[in-house]
Design a protein around this ligand. Structure first.
Ligand code: COA
Length: 379
C-alpha cells in the first residue's frame, strides 16, 4: 500500500547573531577584580589578621588564558561589572509596555536569521526561547519575541542550561517532522553576565553575553542553500557540579552576602573530567548510527566553554588534533556564552563549506546536558 503520509524533512534555513557592542578584555577584568580583592583585604585587615575572615587572592590574566582560552567577553553592561564596588551588570527596570532586554536582543538575532532565509515573520509557525536563564517567570520570553516579530502561532520558553539551543533545535525539528510546523525559530538570548559571580576568582572570567537564532524549517519551503539535519541526539545525566540555586522559592538576592550559590557555581575540574568522555562517546555513537565516519566530519562547531575541553573532544572524535578549520574557536573573544556558543561558531564559520560537507553542532553543560545536531550542507 502506498504511504500517503507526506515526509517532512527538517533543515536549518539560516542563523542570526547579536553581539553586544561592549567587550571586556582579561586585562580590564583582572584589574577590576584585583582592585576589589585589595579593597576587601584592606577593609577586613584586622579580621584577616585574627583569622576570622579569609584573605582573598588576586586573579591573573595568564591563568585565565591558559586555563580557559578566553581573552575577552562581550557584555550588555560593562561599567558596573568593572566597578569594584558593584561587580554586576545593571539595567533600569523597564515598564511592562517596553520590550524586555532578553526579548530585545533575541529579536535582533531572530530578524537576522529571517532576513538571511528570505522569510517573512508571518510565515513562521512557532518561537522557542531556549536559554540558560529567563529574566522573569511569565509571560514567556518566547511569546514576547513572537509578538515583537509579528509571528502568529505559538511560543514557549525552555531551559536546558548550556544545551538549551541544541535541545531547541531537536524540538523544532520534531515539530517539522510531525507536520505540526513548517518554520520554527529557536532564539537563545544569553545574558550570562546576570548569573555569573564576578567576585568569584575561580569563575569570574568565564561568561559573556550574546543572542543567537536558528531557523528550523521543512525542506519543502527552505531556501536553496540550507543545512539538512541528518540527526539529533540529546542526553541528560544529573550532576551538581554546575549549579545555580536562584529561583522563586529562594528569598536571598544573588548578590547578597552568603548567597553565592544563587549564582553560577561549578567544580570546574570535575566538569572537565566527566563531560569530555561523555560527549566524545556520544558523538562517536551517534555518527555510527547515522553511518558517518567521525574522521570525515568536515567541521565541529563545539560548545564554547573551555579550549582544552574542545581540543580533547575534537581529538577523540576525529582521531587527530583538530586545527581551527576543523574545530573553530569563538570563546577567545566571546567567552562562554552558554547555549549560544556552538551556534555562534556555526554562524561565523560555515559559509565556506561545500555542498555535501557534513558538520556537527554540539553542546554540553549543566544538568549535565549534551546535544548533537549532525548537518549536511545543501546548495
Ligand atoms: N587567577 C589565578 N589563579 C587562579 C584563578 C584565577 N582567576 N582561579 C583559580 N586559580 C588557581 C587555583 O587557586 C589553583 O591553584 P592551586 O593549584 O595552587 O590550588 C589553580 O589556579 C588551578 O585551579 P583550578 O580551579 O583547578 O583550575 P582549572 O585548571 O581547573 O581551570 C576552569 C578552571 C574553570 C577554567 C576549568 O576547570 C574549566 O573550564 N572547566 C570546565 C568548565 C566548564 O565547561 N563549565 C561549564 C560551564 S557551562
Amino acid at each position: 500500500m502506498q504511504d500517503l503520509q507526506p515526509t517532512h524533512r527538517p533543515v536549518i534555513s539560516a542563523t542570526g547573531l547579536f553581539t553586544p557592542a561592549e567587550s571586556i578584555t582579561n586585562e580590564e577584568l583582572v584589574a577590576s577584580f584585583n582592585s576589589f580583592v585589595e579593597r576587601h583585604n584592606q577593609r577586613h585587615a584586622e579580621a584577616i589578621e585574627a583569622g576570622e575572615v579569609e584573605a582573598l587572592h588576586p586573579s591573573s590574566v595568564e591563568f585565565i588564558e591558559k586555563a580557559s582560552g578566553i581573552k575577552a567577553r562581550h557584555v550588555m553592561s560593562k561599567e558596573p561589572i568593572l566597578d569594584p564596588e558593584i561587580m554586576a551588570p545593571r539595567w533600569d527596570e523597564r515598564p511592562d509596555d517596553q520590550l524586555s532586554i532578553m526579548a530585545e536582543i533575541g529579536v535582533i538575532a531572530a530578524r537576522q536569521a529571517l532576513e538571511r532565509a528570505g522569510r517573512k515573520p508571518e510565515d513562521v509557525d512557532a518561537v522557542l526561547c531556549a536559554a540558560s536563564n529567563m529574566q522573569r517567570a511569565y509571560p514567556a520570553m518566547a511569546i514576547e519575541i513572537q509578538e515583537a516579530l509579528g509571528i502568529e502561532g505559538f511560543g514557549f520558553d525552555m531551559n536546558v542550561a548550556c544545551s538549551s539551543a541544541t535541545f531547541g533545535i531537536q524540538t523544532a525539528a520534531d515539530y517539522v517532522r510531525a507536520g505540526n510546523a513548517k518554520s520554527v525559530l529557536v532564539v537563545s538570548p544569553e545574558i550570562t553576565s546576570g548569573h555569573l559571580n564576578w567576585r568569584d576568582r575561580d569563575s569570574h572570567f568565564i561568561f559573556g553575553d550574546v543572542a543567537t537564532a536558528v531557523l528550523v524549517e521543512d525542506e519543502a519551503i527552505a531556501p536553496k542553500e540550507h543545512w539538512e539535519i541528518l540527526g539529533t541526539k540529546l542526553k541528560t545525566v544529573f550532576s551538581n557540579n554546575i549549579r545555580n540555586n536562584f529561583g522563586f522559592l529562594n528569598r536571598a538576592h544573588p548578590e547578597s552576602a552568603g548567597a553565592a550559590d544563587k549564582l553560577f557555581v561549578q567544580e570546574g575540574r570535575k566538569v572537565f573530567k566527566e563531560v569530555v568522555p561523555m560527549v566524545a562517546q556520544m558523538i562517536v555513537d551517534e555518527a555510527s548510527k547515522l553511518q558517518i565516519d567521525p574522521a570525515n566530519i568536515r567541521r565541529l562547531w563545539l560548545h564554547q566553554a573551555n579550549a582544552g575541553m574542545n581540543r580533547l573532544i575534537a581529538q577523540r572524535v576525529l582521531g587527530h588534533e583538530a586545527d581551527e578549520d576543523e574545530s573553530p574557536t569563538v570563546l577567545d573573544t566571546y567567552g562562554n556564552t552558554s547555549s549560544a556558543g556552538s551556534i555562534i561558531a556555526f554562524h561565523q564559520h560555515s559559509d565556506d563549506l561545500e555542498p555535501g560537507d557534513t558538520g556537527l553542532i554540539c553542546s554540553f553543560g549543566a544538568g549535565y546536558s549534551a546535544g548533537t545536531v549532525f548537518v549536511r550542507k545543501v546548495a
